[in-house]
Design a protein around this ligand. Structure first.
Ligand SMILES: *Cc1c(COP(=O)(O)O)cnc(C)c1O
Length: 407
């Protein structure tokens, strides 16, 4: 049996939505993007959502909007995808990495220790779709407002560190009964091909800034900034007699095309009643199976009003080394099941190593990584396939543990 890791979910309705855009004569930013933004607002109950062409460019946009400059620090977890750190570097700041908790997510205690007068933002990451401890993080930035050094008008208005949630995995998750998107000042979803909802490539920015910010005004301003700082988008400009425009910011060119928004629109229609419930079902199927294994450490799913969006099933194998984990993955691959590792802590990657980040400063990130295996989780999987994955994984673990019991 061949089981891919994360194929996109494409049904007839989604194809129809894409064809509709192609047939309409308008394929770049226009009515489909507007509709997708509206649908995400409805789904998350967020006031304003702006769609752009990736999570990464969305994060760069928001950090630039906040006026990040050289020497400014942005706190991120060491355990995440590289884009979290790269967005800070591209916006001109310095990523300050901190270690994570046993649930893979950034530790609020470690954030507190890392805050300095140069800290301008924090980017917590909801690893696997499990929300971070946002009460602790939001309280922390309030408490630390006294040492916040506002250096422009926007920073003075906020009067504290900005919290941008990296919710690349967590569309559809809830934290204490509130949906992901509403939990921090700014939340960014990724709509990349492997994420819970996709537009092939894309990102969605949820604007949730406190008073005196006006999220509607901010939306208009950012939308303009995402399209070269041009006062009219191409769609508006294409109407008869509406040719004149102005350039008012040194904008980026990161707008989302309609033909891609169409894929997301089609998916979102079945997200709440099919894709997301199916992911939760599979998550529970795995947990029910693996809880009986004495070597398993199960990923977090649900607790007191907080529930995962089940983006990844991050299984851990207790007591094994990194090389044993790699051998297990080799064994699983032989059976045709594609698995993955999420994530290699950033200090293990050349770029960050060369910038001076050292894995020995992040022991818990390494602990989480060295025995982690991500299993396939998506709505197309049937029960036979899930049983096959479970058997394949547990046989591989058994084989490797018996081979090298003491490593
Ligand atoms: C996928 C991912 C990103 C980047 O998303 P893009 O839309 O590809 O830019 C950022 N952070 C995390 C945790 C991710 O998994």
């Amino acid at each position: 049996m061949k089981i891919p890791f994360s194929p996109p979910y494409i049904d007839e309705q989604i194809k129809k939505e894409v064809m509709d855009s192609l047939d309409s004569g308008w394929i770049t930013t226009g009515p489909k993007v507007k509709e997708l933004e509206y649908q995400i607002e409805e789904f998350t109950k967020v006031q304003r959502v702006l769609c752009v062409n990736s999570w990464t460019s969305a994060a760069i946009l928001m950090l630039k909007w906040f006026g990040l400059k050289q020497g400014d620090e942005v706190i991120i977890p060491s355990y995440t995808y590289s884009a979290t750190a790269l967005s800070v570097i591209h916006a001109g700041g310095t990523p300050v990495m901190v270690d994570v908790n046993d649930d893979f997510n950034i530790s609020a205690t470690n954030i507190e220790k890392a805050i300095t007068k140069n800290t301008k933002a924090i980017i917590p990451v909801d690893i696997a779709g499990w929300p971070c401890d946002y009460d602790a993080i939001n309280n922390l930035v309030q408490e630390k407002s006294k040492i916040f050094n506002a250096e422009n008008e926007i920073q003075s208005r906020l009067g504290r560190i900005l919290v941008i949630s990296d919710a690349a995995h967590s569309l559809g998750a809830e934290y204490k009964g509130k949906s992901s998107g509403k939990l921090t000042d700014v939340t960014i979803f990724s709509l990349h091909a492997v994420k819970n909802i996709t537009t092939a490539e894309g990102g969605a920015i949820c604007l949730n800034l406190p008073q005196p910010f006006n999220n509607d005004e901010l939306y208009s301003q950012l939308r303009c900034y995402s399209l070269n700082g041009q006062t009219k988008d191409a769609f508006t400009k294409s109407k008869a007699g509406a040719w004149r425009y102005d350039i008012i910011y040194p904008g980026l060119k990161i707008n989302m095309p309609d033909v891609l928004a169409a894929i997301g629109l089609g998916q979102l229609r079945v997200y709440g009643n099919h894709i997301l419930p199916k992911r939760k079902e599979i998550f529970e199927f795995y947990s029910n199976y693996f809880k009986n294994k004495d070597w398993s450490i199960l990923p977090p799913f649900k607790s007191g009003g907080t529930i995962s969006s089940c983006h990844l099933y991050a299984l851990r194998v207790n007591g094994i080394s990194e090389s044993q984990r790699d051998l297990i993955i080799e064994e699983i691959s032989k059976t045709g099941v594609a698995v993955n590792v999420h994530f290699q802590p950033l200090p293990l990657l050349s770029l960050f190593k060369n910038l001076g980040y050292d894995i020995s400063s992040f022991p818990n990130a390494f602990e989480q990584y060295k025995n982690e295996i991500s299993l396939p989780i998506y709505p197309q999987l049937n029960e036979k396939e899930l049983e096959y994955v479970c058997n394949s994984v547990s046989e591989a673990v058994q084989k490797v543990i018996e081979l090298q019991p003491s490593i």
